[in-house]
Design a protein around this ligand. Structure first.
Ligand code: SF4
Length: 63
């Protein structure tokens, strides 16, 4: 499973970083996702972050 942040729609609210800091981090004023495969331990919180993102900027592939 991999996660991607759409940098054009991300508002930089930081919510995904709060929910899943192992996958998401702030880079300047937008969030970025790790480029590696997401570990089993982080999958649920990563999906939660995608669901909670207020602008649906997080795309998840491969689950
Ligand atoms: S929750 Fe969505 S809008 Fe907020 S920082 Fe994360 S990707 Fe960006």
């Amino acid at each position: 499973m991999k996660a991607y942040v759409n940098k054009d729609t991300c508002t930089g609210c930081g919510l995904c970083v709060d929910i899943c800091s192992n996958v998401f981090s702030m880079e300047g004023d937008i969030a970025v996702a790790i480029t590696d495969e997401i570990s089993d331990a982080d999958k649920n919180s990563c999906k939660e972050a995608a669901e909670q993102c207020p602008v649906e900027a997080i795309k998840i592939e491969g689950y």
